[in-house]
Design a protein around this ligand. Structure first.
Ligand SMILES: Cc1cc2nc3c(=O)[nH]c(=O)nc-3n(C[C@H](O)[C@H](O)[C@H](O)COP(=O)(O)OP(=O)(O)OC[C@H]3O[C@@H](n4cnc5c(N)ncnc54)[C@H](O)[C@@H]3O)c2cc1C
Length: 593
């Protein structure tokens, strides 16, 4: 049997696996990706990419393609709840509630201040070909679709896998130093004894991807998501949710749409043939011409892997965590797992870091996934609360719920009261659509972070209020700086495989320290003295308000743009302080190289 050697074998060519390949290649690490399907997924699946993910895509030159092909920002700044899209009944076509979302509307200045990127939206079935193209164009990566990982064994020095070409039936061996499972837990988890724990089989989500011309029924192009709430079906998942799929337009002229309906798992009354009539009835467009592309089922669960690593095998994406789509944290988490893992694998493979750095992957990403999983489940379930916010009573006769909706929309005292209640109660769904802190405010603890004894900033309980901080473990705050007439983000100073030490105009003492630490560990450590001649300037003083260290202090930013260590002011021996910190982050013991 022929043998291919590669430092990293990636199993699975979904969003997480393809991202890992791109990021590893960018770190100069050869990798082989095998995906059993011959093409990327045809299912619409996820679509929303939060600012952190877009920052990562920006670092890798992918963001602009997503913005070009995806939903224009003016078509994704809010979500609405409506009774139906059309119809001439007294309760038809009514807007019940509109909420700013994903950084749009009143959120815009806040989101714009906190990140150099805006969030993005593009159906996963259109994102994955972009990721595949980016992965394939690197000479570092070999991307084999139509190839399945059949089995593997690991020893102290590496992993031996057997991969099958599904077209020819030929099997070959792959010898890698690491095996990464981005396979939704199908092949690698069972062998490693990894268990996904948590509630499963909660809901059967049925997604219908279709072509239909809705242009004459839509009057507002701004919502990304339209939730339907009506006296017969309640609201939210049960009643139906609609998202524009493009591909050319994402407003009322969107050529394609996806509808999600929630069913009981294994519902004996489920009949796929009922879906199209149900969509027509829900929209109140009885003669709507619908061409269905695909009806797919997706079992909603909220599960987390009990471990992320078994020796030389590591898992990421849906192999490690699966949860409801609410708050859109699923694929985002998978891409962010890949980003966290890639620089660590690269540092270990290049001999810059000890094996302990790989342990920090689980220490950092698993608690984030644990929080995301529970949050997504809560925001999913909260759609029952939004029902109540409109006055809809579960199980009540449609006439009673029709009375409730009529009251909600009436020009009466009761109408005012109902609307005030809706503002308060439906407003809680901002935990899903304005989850700015869930998206940017997570932090890492563990081996690869050197704590400085400070407490993290308080987190808003609704997940919406993000407080930037340079405290070790947190994502580096964004601030716009200027260099040579060009605007650049603090994030632009970092990433791309380097450690970066950010200091002030008087931070010269750090340069020699960084050079010595870089030589000692064999890693690039750039120094940026903000405000020094020829260096980026903080003309707006935004960075000086965010940096939380003095002019002579320093912030060591890891290659994933999270702070690894900071020093509030210049220590007596900058070289020792920096070298110790870098050594700890890299899991290198003192004196080792
Ligand atoms: C039907 C469906 C609908 C969804 N809808 C939404 C949604 O509306 N909103 C949302 O936020 N999220 C949604 N999700 C979740 C979101 O799509 C996932 O979080 C995301 O796809 C995870 O990416 P991944 O790369 O980790 O896994 P996946 O995308 O599942 O990719 C895993 C890949 O591994 C491959 N593979 C498995 N075993 C092997 C093997 N032995 N050899 C080679 N290849 C292998 C598979 O073929 C697959 O392509 C949906 C998921 C599904 C399944």
């Amino acid at each position: 049997m022929k043998t291919i050697e590669t430092p990293v074998l990636i199993c699975g060519g979904g969003g997480a696996g393809l991202s890992l390949s791109i990021f590893l290649s960018a770190h100069g690490i050869d990798n082989l990706l095998v995906e059993r399907h011959t093409t990327t997924s045809h299912l619409p699946k996820a679509h929303y990419y939060n600012q952190r993910t877009m920052e990562i895509f920006r670092e890798h030159g992918i963001a602009d393609t997503i913005y070009e092909r995806g939903t224009p920002f003016e078509n994704m700044g809010c979500v609405v709840w409506m009774t139906s899209l059309s119809g001439d009944g007294p309760l038809d076509g009514k807007l019940l509630y509109k909420m700013d979302a994903f950084g749009g509307g009143k959120l815009e200045p806040i989101y714009d201040a906190d990140s150099p990127t805006r969030s993005g939206n593009l159906p996963q079935m259109r994102l994955e070909p972009i990721l595949r193209e980016f992965a394939e164009k690197s000479p570092r990566a070999k991307v084999l679709f139509g190839h399945e990982l059949m089995r593997f064994e690991q020893d102290d020095a590496g992993v031996t896998s057997v991969v099958k070409n599904l077209e020819t039936g030929e099997e070959f061996e792959v010898r890698s130093q690491y095996l990464c499972g981005a396979d939704r837990g199908r092949t690698i988890n069972p062998k490693l004894g990894i268990e996904l724990q948590g509630p499963s089989n909660l809901v059967d989500m049925v997604s219908t991807h279709m072509t239909a011309d809705l242009s004459k029924y839509i009057t507002d192009d701004s919502p990304l998501i339209r939730w339907f709430a009506n006296p017969e079906g309640g609201s939210g998942w049960g009643s139906g949710v609609m998202v524009a799929m493009g591909p050319k337009k994402f407003d009322r002229h969107s050529e394609e749409w996806v509808f999600h309906f929630a069913f009981q798992p294994n519902d004996p009354d489920f009949n796929e043939g009922d879906i199209v009539p149900r969509i027509r009835h829900l929209l109140r467009i009885p003669d709507l011409d619908i061409k269905v592309h695909k009806v797919s089922h997706w079992i909603v669960e909220a599960v987390l892997a009990d471990k992320y690593r078994g020796g030389r095998c590591l898992i990421l994406g849906d192999a490690a965590h699966r949860h409801p789509p609410t708050t859109g944290l699923g694929l985002n988490s998978g891409i962010q797992d890949a980003h966290n893992l890639a620089w660590k694998l690269a540092a270990v493979l290049k001999g810059q870091a000890g094996d302990g750095l790989l342990d920090s992957y689980e220490q950092e990403r698993r608690p984030v996934a644990a929080r995301n999983t529970r949050w997504a489940l809560m925001t999913f379930m909260n759609h029952v609360v939004t029902d109540a916010g409109f006055g809809l009573i579960p199980g009540a006769p449609p006439e009673l719920n029709a009375f409730q909706i009529t009251t909600l929309m009436s020009d009466t005292d009761e109408g005012e009261w109902f609307r005030a209640r809706a503002d308060e109660v439906v407003g809680t769904q901002r935990m899903e659509f304005q989850a700015h802190d869930m998206e940017l405010g997570f932090r890492y603890d563990g081996n690869a972070v050197v704590p400085d004894g400070t407490e993290p900033p308080p987190r808003g309980r609704m997940g919406d209020i993000y407080t930037p901080t340079t405290r070790p473990g947190h994502r580096l705050p964004h601030a716009w700086l200027e260099k040579g007439g060009t605007r650049l983000s603090t994030h632009d100073l970092c990433g791309r495989g380097r450690f970066v030490l950010i200091t002030g105009a008087k931070g010269d003492a750090w340069k020699a320290a960084a050079k010595a630490a870089a030589e000692r560990y064999g890693v690039p450590v750039d120094v940026v003295c903000v405000g020094a001649p020829g260096q980026p300037e903080d003309r707006s003083n935004t960075w000086s308000k965010l940096r939380q260290v003095e002019e002579e202090g320093a912030i060591l930013v890891r290659p994933d743009v999270h702070v690894g260590w900071r020093c509030a002011r210049s220590p007596s021996d900058t070289a020792v302080a920096l070298s110790d910190a870098l050594g700890k982050i890299l899991s290198k013991t003192k004196g080792s190289r």
